[in-house]
Structures are given as C-alpha cells and as structure tokens.
Design a binder for this molecule. Sequence first.
Ligand SMILES: Nc1ncnc2c1ncn2[C@@H]1O[C@H](COP(=O)(O)OP(=O)(O)O)[C@@H](O)[C@H]1O
Ligand SMILES: [Mg+2]
Length: 286
Amino acid sequence: MQRIAVINQKGGVGKTTTTVNLGAALARRGYRVLLLDMDPQANLTVHVDKRPDLESHTLTSLLVEDTPLQELVQPTTLPNLAVVPSDTSLAGVEQVLANRIGRETILREALEAFPGAATFDFVLFDCPPSLGVLSANALVAADHVVIPMQAEYLSLQGMAKLLEVIQLVQKRLNPALKIACVLPCMLDARTNLSTEVLREIETHFGSLLTKTRIRNNVKLAESPSFGRTIFEHAPDSNGARDYEAFANELLAMIGAGAPKAAAVPTTTPPAQRPHEPPAAAAEASA
Ligand SMILES: Nc1ncnc2c1ncn2[C@@H]1O[C@H](COP(=O)(O)OP(=O)(O)O)[C@@H](O)[C@H]1O
Ligand SMILES: [Mg+2]
C-alpha cells in the first residue's frame, strides 16, 4: 500500500481536485484507492458525493477517539474508490490533541493496525491548508508527498516553511518520506507570468517538477458541485486528460506495481443533481 500526502499549506491551489481525480484515475486502472479527507472544510467529502453534515463517522473519530479505520471507510459511487470523510468537527482536533503525547503518529498507527491495508493499493491524504497536527499526521503516515502548486506570483512563498516541516518529519518521525513531485495546477499557458513562474519553480525543484501540467479547465471547477470526478463529469475534457497524464507520470515515478485486485463495483451510479445551484458553483471556481 503506497501512501501519498497531497499537501500545500496554501488554500485553493488544487489539492482536493488533485486528490480526487488522481484517486479516480488510479481506481479506473484497477488500483484500489482509499481517500482520506483531512480538511475540516470537507471539500473532498462533498466532491465524492457524501454529505459531511450527515456523516457520523469521520476522521475526527479516528484521531480523537481511536475509532479503528475499518469502521470509517465508506464506498463511493465509483468502483475501487473508498473514502474516509471529514466534517467541521475536524477543526477542533488541533486543540483537543494539543497536549496529547504522540499526537503526530495517530494516523500512522491506525493505518498499521488497519486489516484492510492489504486490499488497498493506494491511500491518498487530502491535507488542510495549514501545517498543524492534521498535516503532521499525514506526513508521518505517508511514503510520498505530492505538492500541487499554482503558477502564480508569490506561489513559492511559504514553500520554504513546507520544506522545513517535511525535513523535520523526515529527521524525527518518518525517515522514509520522499517528495514525489511538484505539480503545477490551474495553469494558464497563454500568460507570460505562468511561464516565468514555472521556470522559477523548476529552478527550485529541478526534476521534482512534473512534466504534466494541469491546465485551467472549467469542467474541473464544475465537477465538485455534481459530486463527481472529472472522469464522469467530462471524460473528454482537458481536465480528464491532464489527470490521466499525471496518474501515468506518478505511477512511473514511484515505481508502482500492478493492481492487487480487479475492479469491484461498489454502490449505485452517481446522482444527477448538483449539490448547489450552478451559479454558486461557478462563483466558487472563479
Ligand atoms: N485545473 C483547474 N481548473 C479550474 N479550476 C480548478 C482547477 N483545479 C482546481 N480548480 C478549482 O479551484 C478551486 C480550488 O481548488 P481545490 O482543489 O479545492 O484547492 P485546495 O484543495 O488546494 O484548496 C476549486 O473551486 C476547484 O474546483
Ligand atoms: Mg482542499
């Protein structure tokens, strides 16, 4: 089971979009994938058509009450893709765990004790936009880090802090942790600024910068409001093509083997209704 943390303490850079659609791209290839929503905003939970307000068992139960992971894993509407949802109570976890010894290793221990670990090929952690105890848990439990980044002025700001935290985790708690790649997201290839910023990112990260570019694509922005991944929402879009390409590149990069199991259908097909009016969805993507 390969564990991948999708992290960047900046909000709105493409973490959740990347986690969901990378997960879906891997699941479509027959890999069994578990998505962990580690953000109190629960965007990933909504994106895979769950209702955070109705989820009684979320990641909070695992982190605070030691609920075993197997009690929290839920199927999604897609074969091979399961999720541990989040809800707003996750926001309180930082405080609740503030004085608890070993708080950074709770998730790793839960994964080690998870009897289902052998059936999953990948676990993807969708991190919150902060570098607190939730992100620390993801970094301690992960083998690989994927850093989505927007090719924008100031997008490198904060990177030093993230790299410092990753290095600290490597030194103290998880020597096996590796940065897999830096993924440029929401790219507008027509602007000189994007090209310049990409060059700057490349100077910093060298070969860690992926060859794949996730272009700006309105279909990617629309799909969460329908509770669908890009592959159901718009399979012929640039968004679907880009995340397919990223899945290929990542698989090669981390040397993943063949899937453990053939595709197993889970629940009913995706609902047709959006979660919110299209106007609100369009606004959220602006
Ligand atoms: N490539 C893209 N093109 C257009 N919109 C995108 C793209 N990637 C993400 N978005 C939208 O941008 C917003 C922020 O993306 P999200 O993945 O939620 O970022 P994060 O998880 O880092 O906060 C969301 O509304 C999302 O739908
Ligand atoms: Mg997010």
